[in-house]
Design a protein around this ligand. Structure first.
Ligand code: MF3
Ligand code: CO
Length: 248
């Protein structure tokens, strides 16, 4: 059993892993332009994770997932599979989701990139989605109920008329990519207290339209039913006595 509370030596290793994820999202940003394929973006990340950082891309082989990152464009909610035939074009918004394992410890983060010019409505969706995470952080400290995060995110995005996807959630992380507890991004009655040393992800998927989704025939790609845009950001967060630390 993996402990829900990490000790200092474990936290150090998750921090090392988190720096790698952060570097990958920063490094790949200069390649994300009109005309590049998501297959090529995958290869750039894969190569840097393995050869530069000597780490392992946690998605590769995870439940038979075939690639090293997820690339989710426009109405794709999450788990888009990189492909040489999927080419970025002007106006696209794309989530790049990177999870790595280094020294047996995991980290996970994702963010949106814009192929400018993009519509203001797309920009606003991404901006509000990121701010919904930042706003929820003020509820994170030792002793608080974990469900405050979901309340906060749900309230925040609803002010803009957006909807939150309920089928996927954040998760504890450390010795495995997905550990207990689940972090729900909507109002819920889970009754778990945050404890200093807990490490988990917050990764809301926010849609402009309805929160109804479906999985395509590749068995991974998740899309909005109404074809409305979806955005997601993800950070790995450490709970401390007095608050939190964003590790990614
Ligand atoms: N990074 C995603 C998460 O937040 C999932 C990666 S595993 C994959 O959990 F196989 F779905 F890519
Ligand atoms: Co995650």
């Amino acid at each position: 059993m993996n402990s829900i509370i990490k000790n200092n030596s474990e936290i150090k290793k998750i921090i090392i892993s988190s720096k790698i994820v952060k570097d990958i999202l920063n490094y790949v940003s200069k390649y994300i332009k009109e005309g590049i394929s998501t297959g090529e973006i995958n290869d750039i990340c894969h190569d840097r994770i393995i050869n530069y950082h000597k780490a392992y891309p946690a998605s590769l082989g995870y439940m038979n997932y075939p690639k090293s990152i997820c690339t989710s464009i426009n109405d794709t909610v999450c788990h888009g599979i990189p492909n040489y035939n999927i080419i970025l074009k002007k106006g696209d918004i794309i989530n790049i989701d990177v999870s790595v394992c280094k020294n047996n410890y995991y980290s996970d983060s994702s963010k949106m990139f814009f192929i400018n010019p993009i519509n203001y409505s797309a920009y606003k969706l991404c901006n509000v989605t990121y701010r919904s995470i930042l706003n929820s952080l003020k509820y994170i400290k030792n002793g608080n109920n974990l469900n405050l995060i979901g309340y906060s995110i749900d309230n925040y995005i609803k002010k803009y008329g957006y909807s939150i996807v309920k089928e996927y959630c954040g998760h504890g992380i450390g010795k495995k990519l997905h550990e207990f507890p689940n972090i729900l991004h909507y109002k819920n009655n889970c009754n778990i207290l945050m404890r200093s040393g807990m490490v988990f992800t917050i990764e809301p998927m926010v849609n402009i339209g309805s929160n109804k989704i479906y999985i395509t025939k590749d068995k991974w790609t998740v899309k909005t039913k109404d074809k409305s845009l979806s955005a997601q950001y993800e950070h790995t967060i450490l709970v401390t006595n007095y608050g939190y630390k964003i590790l990614t």
